[in-house]
Design a protein around this ligand. Structure first.
Ligand code: C2O
Length: 635
């Protein structure tokens, strides 16, 4: 095996390695794809202001990893930034390979400044769009990129017409802020930080002043079909995506094929991916793509959020040198520079009519209309039996600050806001051995974990909007505790979870993401879940298969998954503020009876030392009094 040494001009080495590996993909069925990710700080100017941001290989979004199903991926991460980093391969199942999952303190120690770490994983049994991102608080706002998995038998084996081109669309935010500090503030419940703009492929588009002339822009050939690979990498918002006078046909979500679904609007929450076909069938012209963030209406707190634009421009098929020649070149279909505002016919670009920013029902319909494609390569079937059931409420509560044991609540500074699952808020463990390693070597570190309750401590009208503002109504429901909570599953356990979004101090939706497993989405609804009538609505035939499920605003979602991937897996809301505030838990999946159902030992180069506790002191550790969770009464 090739030995890894620190490159002298790392980004250039990364680029060469990448060229070699993409060539390899064309020649062999299963290839080794190798990348070098150099994480560093770089000044970028947007909105007339220079901001120092963390980036991979000097790019925002970071480099796309493109693989063929079955490939092995190696990524050498070189941390030249001042912050601790890990990279998570969002949605990659990592079968028997939890070691490469990239969650600080859970699967590995963070990569310290001036340290390296090599991730190795296979991409097997999945096709479509996934992505990668830093798993360190807010830093993922600029440390992310696409992870594209194409079928092993070539583009002809897509279960839909072969697209003329593929177009990655990464929706993100621009923060004119020090994101490491924003992350620390958030985990201390300090919310005064908001993004300054939204972006498509890192570009602000022309709704912003001082944004320069850059917007994401694609030339399209009339009549051709394009595959859009849409990723929501934003920290804060779900987005509606539209292109004027065009329709999308959704063909995959979270790297699982779906029954083709035609719509003029895509709703995509943080962590989700959507693959959609777009036929260039409008009259020649220029058409705005708009990504609009939605947010829960009043009385929810209204935060500044911004729409962003890109543009689709039809090639003028009468002008020589344009048209097919441009599109068949090996360059990306995306244009890097504005080439003047004159469209093919000098026309004004057409803008789409967007949903209202408080419209949350369009997202509900979009998500509930998707089912999975019954496809020759889809092997997994939703299990009919359930071994363990959970009813998990999602909301916000508070804990007392140290020194205020009988603290005042409802926004008083003696208490801290935290986000909860079944009224418990997750605390990242302050350990020097990551939980996965402790689990593997059977050390007693796991003894400090508290049990994630299977039910909320109390039943009440979870979706009563009167709980949203501070006050006597929510006050008695506000006290919660903060601990490292986990649940342990025997290998092969079929787990059913009903997530219930609550109105506790907010009315948000919750994109819940499970590492290492895909989940079958059985049903979703608005209001309170009622087993007596809702179980009958479960789709056990062709449920959507997802790694991130959007639990609707003041609604619920029922899912099943099979805990058959041994390891220690994070499960959390993909809104960064909810995650930083503790809407998370750890699922420990035990080994099965055989070697190929058991977690292998850590890779030989897995770092075992070199960290001391001081180096690890960072935004993860919130000094709070440990409160006991065991006293929770189950209803
Ligand atoms: Cu995309 Cu744990 O995250």
């Amino acid at each position: 095996m090739k030995r890894w040494s620190l490159p002298v001009a790392a980004p250039a080495v990364g680029a060469i390695v990448f060229l070699l590996s993409t060539t390899a993909i064309r020649l062999a069925a299963a290839a080794a794809v190798e990348h070098t990710f150099v994480v560093s700080k770089m000044n970028m100017t947007h909105l007339c202001k220079e901001t120092l941001v963390s980036v991979v290989n000097g790019q925002l979004p970071g480099p796309a990893i493109e693989v063929t199903e079955g490939d092995s991926v190696t990524v050498h991460v070189v941390n030249k930034s001042p912050d601790n980093i890990t990279i998570h391969w969002h949605g990659v199942r990592q079968r028997l390979n939890c070691w490469a999952d990239g969650v600080p303190m859970i699967t590995q120690l963070p990569i310290l400044p001036n340290h390296n770490f090599t991730y190795r994983f296979d991409v097997a049994g999945q096709e479509g769009t996934l992505w990668w991102h830093a798993h360190v608080s807010c830093l993922r706002a600029t440390l992310h990129g696409a992870l594209i998995i194409r079928p092993r038998d070539g583009a002809g084996s897509y279960p839909f017409p072969k697209p003329h081109r593929e177009i990655p669309i990464v929706i993100g935010e621009w923060w004119a802020k020090d994101l490491a500090k924003v992350g620390r503030n958030m985990s201390h419940s300090w919310f005064d930080d908001y993004s300054s703009a939204s972006t498509i492929n890192g570009k602000l588009g022309d709704l912003f002043n001082c944004s320069g002339t850059l917007k994401a822009k694609w030339k399209m050939e009339p009549g051709k079909t394009y595959l859009l690979r849409v990723i929501n990498a934003a920290l804060f918002s779900e987005y509606y995506l539209k292109i004027a006078r065009h329709k999308f046909t959704v063909v995959a979500a979270d790297a699982n094929y779906v029954t083709p679904y035609t719509t003029d609007v895509i709703a995509i929450a943080p962590g989700e991916t959507v693959d959609a076909l777009l036929v260039a069938d409008a009259p020649p012209g220029r058409y705005y793509m708009v990504a609009l963030p939605n947010q829960a209406p009043l009385p929810d707190t209204q935060t500044p959020e911004y729409s962003t634009t890109g543009m689709v421009q039809y090639c003028n098929d009468h002008s020589p040198g344009n048209g097919a020649a441009v599109l068949s070149s090996s360059r990306s279909a995306e244009e890097e520079e504005e080439d003047g505002e004159g469209g093919p016919s000098g026309d004004v670009p057409v803008a789409p009519e967007m949903p209202d920013k408080h419209d949350t029902i369009t997202s509900f319909y979009f998500h509930s209309n998707l089912t999975s494609l019954r496809h020759r390569r889809r092997r997994s079937q939703v299990p009919a039996r359930v071994d363990e059931s959970f009813f998990i409420t999602l909301g916000v509560g508070s804990i007392c600050r140290p020194g205020y044991p009988a603290c005042k609540r409802s926004g008083n500074s003696e208490s801290l806001l935290v986000a909860t699952m079944n009224n418990v808020s997750f605390q990242l463990p302050a350990v020097t051995t990551p939980l996965l390693k402790a689990h593997y070597y059977h050390t007693n570190a796991e003894d400090t974990l508290q049990v994630l309750p299977a039910k909320p401590p109390r039943v009440f009208n979870f979706t009563d909007r009167a709980f949203i503002p501070y006050g006597p109504k929510e006050g008695h429901l506000e006290p919660t505790s903060k601990v490292t909570m986990a649940r342990r599953f025997r290998h092969g356990t079929v787990v059913e979870v009903v997530f219930q979004s609550t109105a506790l101090l907010q009315g948000d939706s919750n994109p819940m993401h499970l590492h290492g497993h895909d989940m079958f989405v059985l049903a979703q609804g608005l209001g309170n879940y009622d087993a007596a009538k809702d179980v009958a609505r479960y789709n056990l035939v062709n449920p959507l298969v997802k790694n991130t499920v959007l639990v609707p605003n003041l609604g619920w979602l029922a899912l099943r998954f099979v805990a058959d991937n041994p390891g220690v897996w994070f499960m959390h809301c993909h809104y960064e503020f909810h995650l930083s505030m503790g809407m998370a838990a750890v699922f420990v999946v035990e080994d099965g009876p055989t070697l190929d159902t058991s977690l292998p030992p850590p890779p030989v180069d897995f770092p075992t030392c070199g960290h001391d506790n001081n180096q690890l002191q960072n935004e993860f550790y919130l000094a709070t009094e440990k409160t006991e969770v065991l006293g929770i009464n189950e209803v």
